[in-house]
Write a protein that binds this ligand. Structure first.
Ligand code: FES
Ligand SMILES: [Fe+2]
Length: 482
């Protein structure tokens, strides 16, 4: 059956106009929601400072011929070239104004301060981005007139931060890092961990802050090696309970309020089958003083205090690269009084904690984050395998139709039906036995509901299921299909 015959909104020009109007209105409504900026931040929040890499990863720039030290990173979808000149790190766009090629593909620096494009010789000053000369056209009127986009950079506590946005001058870096990170007495390990993870930055941020995700760490090697009491989860935490939202000051962020949730140490799976946290506080031989405060701060930084030991603070960032990847940056801090203490701390992290945390703990988080895109790709394969079938009804999961590729596949070779249920009816239908954890948080549920409606509106048919019984709905559906 041709879906265009089925959907009354398709075909006639007038119907298309109506459909566009409805969609536009729905979209305008959606844009008013307080969480909409986050929904739209596929590439992160612009006008913030982001850690790009550790300073030790970029030596002083050399002059060609010979090795040229530049570094190219994609941050928030922008390819940025970094070079250290006289100790200071500068950053410019990594694409030539002439034909757009990437400088970093073959970097040429004939002086410490300049970058010459390998294609036609446009030569720029790395400190301000100005076009200083053109090798192949010395008298060009463009010289000293054109300018590469340059990015503010600050190197603090061993990390190189870059400001990605349009505000000039940028806000102070202090407003965009986790509280305490820049404290003078805090020694920060300058050779932390940087990994690229194949998932958008938002599932990473949500995972890091989610009290229920403690469950994936129940068997982490770090937990077992140090006998860290690790809850199965913390229940009963929602936007209105167990969280402090800090928005009047910068950095803005959210703190989990320890003690207000219900720590889950044991959980019954079925009658007589209970699983328990491997280690509980107070047990003999279990590490003490390890109930960390967890908080997340704009634009993408998590703070866990203490972790992985009672006098160390863990910092991590989920820096957006593009819509499908983020850079997972981690380091650790300890308050120290003397240079000797700091040296000792560095040795300790280098010899023990860096490996312990990254390989024996946070690899669990990476596994989980990459899991969802993997799940979606399997789901897509299933949909494609079902498409050749005729006269078949496929009930998809709620998220399936939200995925643009899945939706396109379904709509291209099938008739999609949206069974529309009002929010309060939906809430009533969800079992109150805790099997759907999202249902504990009405705001979160509402957010999911609103976000998904935009995708559902693109179904060929919509059945209003607010009052009709199942049999009536089936009849309605058959009628519309005929
Ligand atoms: S593309 Fe760079 S000088 Fe032509
Ligand atoms: Fe984690």
């Amino acid at each position: 059956m041709d879906p265009r015959q089925v959907n009354p909104d398709r075909g006639a020009p007038r119907a298309i106009e109506d459909w566009e109007k409805d969609t536009l209105e729905a979209w305008e409504e959606q844009r008013k929601k307080p969480w909409q900026p986050y929904v739209e931040a596929t590439l992160g929040f612009r006008n913030h400072w982001y850690p790009a890499f550790f300073g030790c990863e970029l030596p002083e720039g050399d002059v060609t011929p010979g090795p040229t030290e530049v570094r190219s990173e994609v941050i928030l979808g922008e390819r940025i070239l970094f070079r250290r000149i006289g100790g200071h790190v500068y950053a410019v766009q990594d694409s030539c104004l002439h034909r757009g090629v990437r400088f970093s593909a073959r970097p040429e620096c004939y002086t410490k301060e300049t970058l010459t494009c390998w294609y036609h010789g446009f030569t720029y000053d790395l400190r301000d981005g100005v076009l200083r000369s053109i090798v192949t056209d010395p008298n060009s009127p463009l010289v000293n007139k054109l300018r590469l986009r340059s990015y503010p950079v600050e190197e603090r506590k061993g990390l190189v931060f870059v400001f990605v946005g349009d505000v000039d001058p940028p806000p102070p870096l202090e407003e965009d890092v986790q509280p305490g990170f820049l404290d003078a007495a805090l020694a920060v390990y300058p050779e932390g961990s940087v990994r690229t993870v194949k998932c958008n930055w938002r599932p990473a941020a949500e995972n890091g802050f989610d009290p229920a995700h403690a469950y994936i760490h129940r068997d982490s090697l770090l937990v077992r090696a140090l006998r860290i009491p690790t809850v199965l989860g913390d229940a009963g935490i929602s936007r209105s309970h167990g969280m402090e939202i800090v928005e009047s000051t910068r950095p803005a962020g959210v703190r989990l309020l320890r003690g207000q949730g219900t720590p889950i140490w044991d959980a019954e799976i079925d009658a007589g089958v209970t699983i328990s946290a491997r280690f509980k506080p107070g047990q003999e031989g279990v590490l003490e003083g390890m109930v960390p405060d967890v908080s997340i701060w704009l634009p993408c930084g998590l703070k866990v205090d203490p972790f992985p030991s009672p006098d160390i603070i863990h910092f991590e960032w989920y820096v957006p690269i593009d819509e499908n990847n983020h850079r997972y940056i981690m380091t650790w801090g300890r308050y120290v009084e003397t240079p000797e203490d700091e040296a000792k701390f560095r040795e300790e992290v280098k010899g023990l904690w860096k490996d312990m945390v990254t390989n024996k703990f946070t690899n669990e988080d990476i596994f989980a984050r990459e899991g969802e895109p993997y799940f979606r790709s399997i789901e897509r394969q299933v949909i494609w395998s079902l498409l050749p079938q005729r006269h078949a009804v496929v009930a998809t999961g709620g998220g399936t139709f939200v995925d643009p590729e899945n939706r396109a596949a379904i709509n291209a070779d099938g008739v999609s039906v949206w069974i529309d249920v009002p929010f309060d009816v939906l809430l009533d239908r969800i079992p109150a036995d805790g099997r759907r954890p999202l249902a504990n948080d009405r705001v979160q549920m509402a957010m999911l509901y609103e976000n998904r409606r935009l995708a559902y509106q693109q179904a060929h048919l919509c059945l209003d299921a607010s009052r009709a019984r199942t049999e009536e709905l089936v009849e309605q559906l058959i009628e519309q299909l005929e």
